[in-house]
Design a binder for this molecule. Structure first.
Ligand SMILES: [Zn+2]
Length: 54
């Protein structure tokens, strides 16, 4: 499981935790999130997230 960070606002998406309150079940891989999903904090799309190195 990986973690991804939103470039503009710094929100972290943790694949292991998902984001149940935003429709993403725990264990949802970033690549499986719909392309039209938006950061719940700032509204950018997946393209503006980057992988957090281990
Ligand atoms: Zn954001």
């Amino acid at each position: 499981m990986k973690q991804w960070m939103c470039g503009p606002c710094g929100l972290v998406y943790d694949e292991a935790l998902g984001m149940p309150e935003h429709g993403l079940a725990p264990g949802t891989k970033f690549e499986d999130i719909p392309d039209d999903w938006e950061c719940p904090d700032c509204g950018v799309t997946k393209a503006d997230f980057y992988l957090i190195p281990d």
